[in-house]
Design a protein around this ligand. Sequence first.
Ligand code: URP
Ligand code: ZN
Ligand code: ZN
Length: 421
Amino acid sequence: MTIDLIVENGLLVFPEGVVKGDLAIEAGRILAIGSSTAFPRAERKVDASGKFVLPGAIDTHTHFELPFMGETPPETWEQGTIAASFGGTTTVLDFVIQDKGGKLMDAVRAKVERAGKLARVDFSLHGCFTDFSDIRSVVAEVKEAVEYGISSFKEFMIYKKQGWQIDDWNLHIVLREAQKYGAIVGVHAENASIGESMIDKCLEEGKVEPVYHALSKPNFVEEEAIQRAVGIAKFACARLYIVHMSTKEGVPLVRAARAAGLPVYSETCTHYLTLTDDVYRKPDGINFILSPPLRKKEDAEALWHGLDEGSVSMVGSDHVAYTSDQKKKHSKTFAEVPNGAPGVELRLPIVYSEGVQKRRLSLPRLVEVCSTNAAKMFGIYPRKGTLMPGSDADVVVLDPKLEKTIRAGDLHMGSDYTMFE
Ligand code: URP
Ligand code: ZN
Ligand code: ZN
């Protein structure tokens, strides 16, 4: 018998620890772990001496081909997922946003068809309801979506002007229904009333520069929404996760909820861990406009601490590959700039570099927050998120000695800039 591939001499990284060992791979699955001397002969061998071998990273938060605020990034599912794989991400969880007057499931089927043709890595989808005019239809669609294979929903507590906002009562209904069928709901936690009124106030006062994106949505805007979402989830007896959490106030709120026995989780993003709101004063400040806004160094440090201790369990990229021209086209005021920035390719390398290399995270914890926890949360473990026999052979070989300078021109994403250059 000959098998497809052996990855040998690497340091295999599991959430439980690191072991030296070899991987035998056959037909896209891990056949065995151990010593290659005990494996059958292989068609191909990869020598991973001096390198770490990780389960493929899972990006919990991408938006490929997202039409939002008047622009759709030119990057296709194909280009975006090729970029993902260059950065060690082998599964992406993208979002399907219901059209007003349309059915979520129609959008799900359309996206599965499109991504199914183009995606070069595995994918799954979070469902996002935006039309609550017929709540019975939403209730029916939660069940239908879960039966179809959707294991999570994301609801927007802000973006009233964009027509995506959910109110507290409807959030409670989606939470309750999702829980009934075993799915989890994530929330984009920003207080719409305060956040959007502050934006209007800035505009009225002629404060239109990118820095007002951050100033109009201070930490309190996220803090209040997290607090409210946790309360609503408790009332609905439902699991909840806070999507793209950005603040130092969010971390203790999630920690306290978990300490009280509530099933509350959170995700942060690469940019909240590594960038601060100073960037909004740069000439290309519009390129950093995303929501929630970038924060301060103390917020980033609190998020690293949360990742290490467990109150933050996942890192997503919140990838939206707008080009700088698309951003510029809408730059009359900060409020019109399409929100989002590219990042799918750099998430794992940056969390490794800034987290593991700078001793904020252990290597096993890196695997948990970039892969295993997401697999468990979204129902794809142990097929994904680990290197056990029977798991998909989504394998990343990471060279800890490789040093690279990030330059937009060297990357594979569809945008012409990166926030991390
Ligand atoms: O600014 C962002 N994050 N854009 C994408 C939509 C979202 O809220 O995730
Ligand atoms: Zn969001
Ligand atoms: Zn997002």
